[in-house]
Design a protein around this ligand. Sequence first.
Ligand SMILES: [Zn+2]
Ligand SMILES: [Zn+2]
Length: 454
Amino acid sequence: MNRTLKQILPTSRNLLNSRRVLVGSSAVRTAGRVNVARQQHRMFTQSVIRPISFKGMFGGKKSDTEDNKLVLEQDNLFHVLSKSPLPEMRDRAAIINKYGVCPVCDTHHGEHEHKKNPVYDCPDCGYPTHCSEEHYHQGKQAHQEICSILREINEDDHDLRSGRPMREFEFPTAQGFDEAVNMANWDSLFYTRTFPSMDSDRSMRHVSKLLTYPLTIASVLHQSSPHKYGEQVTSEGMRSIAALRTILYPHNQVSNDAQTQLRTDTINVYLVGARAEATLPSHIWLQLAYLFPATPFHIHFIGPDALSPNQEPHTKSVNERLSFTYDNAMYHDYHEKIEKFDPYTDIFFMFSPGIGHAEARESWKTSIEKTLETKCPIFITGYDEADMKNDIEAVEQDYQGEFDWVLKPSVNEFRSLKRDVNLMDLRQSIFANYGIWGIRGKRYEVVHDPENND
Ligand SMILES: [Zn+2]
Ligand SMILES: [Zn+2]
């Protein structure tokens, strides 16, 4: 079940090509490299709705507590963005001022009439919500629905940058072989894995936003998964998951001292069309490895946004049980570098791929066909019901008869509890990995049919 990359690093020529060719796994995400307006559109919509990077959240060196200067006290987290003491938050207001939409102008003016940008700051949520005080009062009732949501985001974002010691980010380390973890939901996971300081909703929101990626994966693989056979998991799904669990849970081999030496085959997790998840620090991904103490994981971040433009594809190891490969090739090109795929050790994830988007649908095709060919399970998330439905409809139409359901569409227990808001339209907000579903390439088995004997 071992596999090696035929070629880990593509030649520089391939790299150039892969940057230029903007079709493939995540065309919708990369469109606009040559067009400034479209690039900005991408930066301020896609990247806000589907975060493109977590860099910056861990930007400052925070090794010593004295390095942390407390900027904001806990009773001083609400600030009108444009007047925030934190430059990053003032920048956010400036982006909304420039690219946002006034909902009253948007509703009452025609397509070609001039719509003014939001420059009036709502005193309750601190966001620039309307073009003028007049439109603010006119649209106040509709704004009430999201005002408290925006206020919460405002305070959460100031808290993250307040300079207080972020105790909730001090995650537990390796777990013992006999440690029983319950992955029914965030609460039971935090409790059974003894996460410290997870005692407020705000801490849960901060932490879940980062851990949603590794733990959505873990929640599929883990034996205490919230996805139950006969409910969300189909019989085909159980076959796929059971195969992976024979590797992840080598029960018959476990005995006392031998435990620490025990190493199973490596599980390969292919993240197709990776973006924000490729910028998470390694200690976030270690939380996946810790949940399966016997198993090494190799995580493949594949897609044009898996690397920043000045980086070369590379592979690195965090420790003997966790390694990463980053490659900005289109998935279907990367696919050719892998010698073989094995349903016992290989699994695919696509985090909010947007397969159903008109502009992306066609360009996803080759990559999805390749993943279906492997007969390994493929899990796909969506950021809300409409996003999931859109992707599912496209897959059902485009790959009819080529796949089996593995996991019926379900709300993901390990979704981000923190909302991301679209700065171009504050009325839109999402939860990363809100829902999850799974499919697998159909296996054509030879079935003896007595009525059709030749
Ligand atoms: Zn207006
Ligand atoms: Zn408001």
